[in-house]
Design a protein around this ligand. Structure first.
Ligand code: ADP
Ligand code: G6P
Length: 457
């Protein structure tokens, strides 16, 4: 019987979600609890200890290993998060390319490939996640591994002209050709990747891996029941929320998330309100992320400064019109906050999917739901039915300010109609759908050469 091995840099330590680990772990954890596979990744610790630790949680075997000081600095804080991350989010101004970072990135990939080669049997299925591991399959092939190896990119894949700005772009990206299937979040990302690969391989289709969009999703039924179970447990508000106005955002403190523009839009929304509501509040839950990377620290300072300015501007009119919780919140209280707010304001500048947008919808009370404002430049904004949301350009402050006004005055019947539309989509396309459809495609490919591989999906 074959097993499923998932590789990602971040894993859920001890099987407990603390909050703020990001969407990859949220989705992979939901999937693995269901499929009972194995998960390989970073322990979160920095040391020279190369041993592999195994912990069992909810039927999932979680294998972790530490990262050396050098790998942390040059691989994680360097090539992965100061080069590939800004590149994939179209922030060329922030891309820092350094050859020695790339070589550390390759070394770390070799180390994880060795761990994988010792654990995976020939009949197993391997699913590698995210930009930390572009070359993993190629290294596995060099080690003589013949398993079917799939890849999924959680970030956007930008247009070829952006990718080409990376000094060693083809050296980095051609490694994707060793995967049997490359999954991305949307048709937009798939088109960009395919056209980049075509351009680089002179239109030689034979060398292209199978590229397809599999929009990642949430455990919709699980979110509904958790949100229901914690109704009333949030001091942020209660089920009867119409006497006050609560606008809500939750995202890692990352420059791709568009915090500055969201705060500016909220400020403009307040200044344009003809009907002041004294009990209005915008709450941003934004835990620190990648704080050892200077671009993240600079971005946080900028956000905090703007927040203070807006707080001071409105302090005579409102008691506490904008608040930031700069720390992770555990999943249940976070859902309770979502449920107690009238508006989910999710406006990343670029984002692979943004699972918070989906969680916000699933957390709502169906008879008095909130309204989702979502960026057009994230997977959720591209995938969810447009008629159910208010889609905005996250660079257009005035449009976002108008969207906030539209959302807070929207009649209940219209909110219910929109919510139903979004929910029927999320119930059908949930995280199980995502995992099954991806793994079926990977297996279908594998059937051509490995008919005995059958992970139950
Ligand atoms: P990303 O993967 O870039 O962080 P997503 O929106 O796809 O963005 O996923 C974020 C995940 O982390 C979601 O499951 C969300 O519930 C969780 N999350 C986001 N913000 C917070 C927070 N402040 N505290 C705890 N969990 C959070
Ligand atoms: C995004 C990335 C993930 C990453 C997560 C949290 O979701 O796609 O790969 O794990 O952010 O970032 P971190 O650097 O803390 O793992």
């Amino acid at each position: 019987m074959s097993k499923l091995f998932v590789v990602s840099n971040r894993v859920i330590q001890d099987g407990v979600r603390e909050g703020g680990e990001g969407g990859l772990t949220t989705a992979v954890w939901s999937m693995l609890k269901d499929l009972h596979g194995s998960w390989i990744g970073w322990s979160g610790s920095v040391s020279d200890d190369e041993s592999v630790q195994l912990k069992m949680a909810s039927g999932v075997a979680i294998y972790t290993t530490d990262m050396s000081d050098r790998a942390y600095e040059k691989n994680y804080c360097g090539f992965a998060n100061a080069c590939l991350w800004p590149l994939f989010h179209e922030r060329l101004d922030l891309v820092r390319y350094d050859e020695s970072d790339f070589s550390s990135y390759m070394d770390y990939n070799r180390r994880i490939a060795m761990v994988l080669s010792e654990l995976a049997q020939p009949e197993d299925l391997i699913w590698v996640h995210d930009y930390h591991f572009l070359p993993l399959a190629q290294i596995c092939r060099d080690l003589g591994m013949n398993q079917r190896i799939g890849f999924f990119l959680h970030t956007p894949f930008p247009p070829p002209s952006v990718i080409s700005a990376l000094p060693n772009h083809w050296q980095s990206m051609k490694t994707l050709l060793s995967y049997s299937l490359v999954g991305v979040q949307s048709g937009f990302d798939a088109e960009n990747l395919q056209s980049y690969l075509r351009q680089q391989s002179d239109g030689n289709k034979a060398s292209e891996p199978l590229v397809a969009a599999f929009p990642i999703s949430i455990d919709t039924r699980g979110v509904i029941s958790s949100a229901l179970a914690c109704t009333g447990s949030s001091d942020f508000g209660s089920e009867t929320k119409r006497s006050s106005v609560r606008i809500f955002s939750a995202d890692r403190m990352d420059y791709s998330k568009g915090f500055i523009n969201r705060i500016l839009a909220y400020d403009q929304f307040l200044s344009k309100r003809s009907d002041p509501c004294p009990d209005i509040q915008y709450c941003l839950v934004a835990p620190d992320s990648r704080e050892n990377i200077s671009e993240y620290r600079n971005h946080k300072s900028e956000v905090m400064l703007l927040l203070l300015e807006v707080q001071q501007r409105w302090r005579d009119d409102y008691e506490n019109c904008i608040e930031m919780i700069n720390q992770p919140v555990a999943p249940e209280p976070l859902l309770a906050m979502m449920r107690a707010s009238q508006v989910g304001f999710i406006a990343p500048l670029r984002d692979g999917m943004n699972l918070v947008a989906k969680e916000y919808i699933a957390a709502q009370n169906p008879v008095d739901p909130g309204v989702l404002i979502v960026s057009k430049f994230c997977g959720a904004g591209r995938e969810l039915p447009r008629a159910g949301l208010i889609a905005v350009n996250p660079h257009d402050i005035s449009e976002m300010a108008r969207a906030l006004e539209e959302a807070v005055v929207m009649p209940r019947t219209e909110r219910v109609r929109r919510h139903r539309l979004l929910m029927s989509h999320l119930l059908e396309y949930d995280v199980k759908w995502w995992a099954r459809s991806y793994l079926k495609s990977l297996q279908a490919e594998s059937c051509l050469s490995m008919s005995d591989t059958s992970v139950t999906v």
